[in-house]
Design a protein around this ligand. Structure first.
Ligand SMILES: Nc1ncnc2c1ncn2[C@@H]1O[C@H](COP(=O)(O)OP(=O)(O)OP(=O)(O)O)[C@@H](O)[C@H]1O
Ligand SMILES: [Mg+2]
Length: 303
């Protein structure tokens, strides 16, 4: 069996006595868009650097495109497109200069795709990098990561600084890349950004993976939301006694709650309160995400 494009087994990286990441295992399959989520300092960039051979892990095993990245990274880096979290570009050069330089380094001949990317993202190619806004610099970085059509894209917080329109275009580019058989690993703290494009999501917290599943499965575990309004004063008390229900907010004539599991028992209690209107939202990962961010990680890795 061939190795998946990204394989990390029990990866630990410490910086002296400082925690980097602890026992991180990840598998990204070919053609997958894999979202890597976690709060600031959780260990996303550290994991990514280990995967690319930029950090040598303290222990554990890494295979990137089937190879050990700590040995001879140069060759296969042509097959990887990397957008670092802390993008540094030669400030005096223009976007066009940078593209030409990187193109030569990688021996990339396909300038048509590069030009298409420039066009679609609206990159300013004729001004020195130093004069570009944050978002426009980031777009240069995105083109650099994608322009040689790498088999594996590793993007560390790719949409930071992009306006909503460019975020849409970026999401389309990522989906196209995966549809063509490419593989994408994308880190973010923004759940919405990730759930738009990723089929699978891992959440890292304080250096450890606390969830790793398909977006569909995570959603199935996540609570649905219900909003109720009343034309009379009500007491949310009876609802709070039901297992699986959390009352998020309640006023005299309004209740917002989340619930997991079947709706029928919830509706039975709700009906007795005689609401004037009811709105239900299907599970979104927000609530789950917040729980995973806030709570201590549970043993076994699943919430
Ligand atoms: N070169 C380094 N030297 C010392 N500590 C480091 C180094 N790189 C990372 N760390 C530590 O490792 C931990 C994880 O950091 P990392 O940059 O991987 O987090 P992150 O999830 O990418 O956060 P952010 O969302 O802020 O980018 C932090 O505690 C950080 O201080
Ligand atoms: Mg980072």
């Amino acid at each position: 069996m061939t190795s998946p494009p990204v394989l990390a087994e029990d990866l630990t990286k410490s910086f002296g006595s400082r925690r980097g990441i602890t026992g991180v295992s990840l598998v990204v399959e070919q053609g997958q868009v894999f979202g890597f989520l976690g709060p600031n300092g959780a260990g996303k960039s550290t994991t990514i650097r280990c995967l690319l051979g930029l950090y040598r892990p303290t222990s554990g095993r890494v295979r990137t495109l089937g190879r050990d990245p700590t040995h001879g990274a140069a060759g296969y880096l042509r097959e990887v497109g990397y957008l670092p979290g802390e993008l540094r570009l030669p400030e005096a050069l223009t976007g066009a200069d940078v593209f030409a330089r990187f193109g030569r380094m990688r021996g990339a001949a396909d300038t048509a795709y590069r030009d298409e990317l420039v066009e679609r993202l609206g990159v300013e190619t004729d001004r020195p990098i130093r004069s570009l806004s944050k978002g426009n610099k980031q777009k240069v970085g995105i083109v650099l990561a994608l322009m040689h059509r790498p088999r594996l894209l590793v993007l560390d917080e790719p949409t930071s600084g992009l306006d909503p329109l460019q975020q849409d275009e970026f999401a389309t580019l990522v989906r196209e890349h995966a549809a063509d058989g490419g593989t994408v690993l994308l880190s973010s703290h923004d759940l919405d950004e990730v759930q738009r494009v990723a089929g699978r999501v891992a959440i890292i917290r304080e250096g450890r993976i606390v969830a790793d599943d398909t977006v569909t499965a995570l959603r199935a575990d996540a609570p649905d939301t219900m909003e109720l309004t009343f034309d009379h004063d009500v007491d949310a008390g009876p609802l709070t006694e039901l297992a699986g229900i959390t009352v998020l907010a309640s006023g005299p004539r309004r209740i917002t709650l989340t619930y997991t599991g079947p709706a029928a028992p919830v509706l039975a209690v709700v009906a007795r309160l005689a609401p004037e209107s009811l709105t239900a939202h299907p599970a979104d990962l927000d609530e789950l995400f917040r729980r995973l961010y806030d709570d201590a990680p549970t043993p076994g890795g699943r919430p």
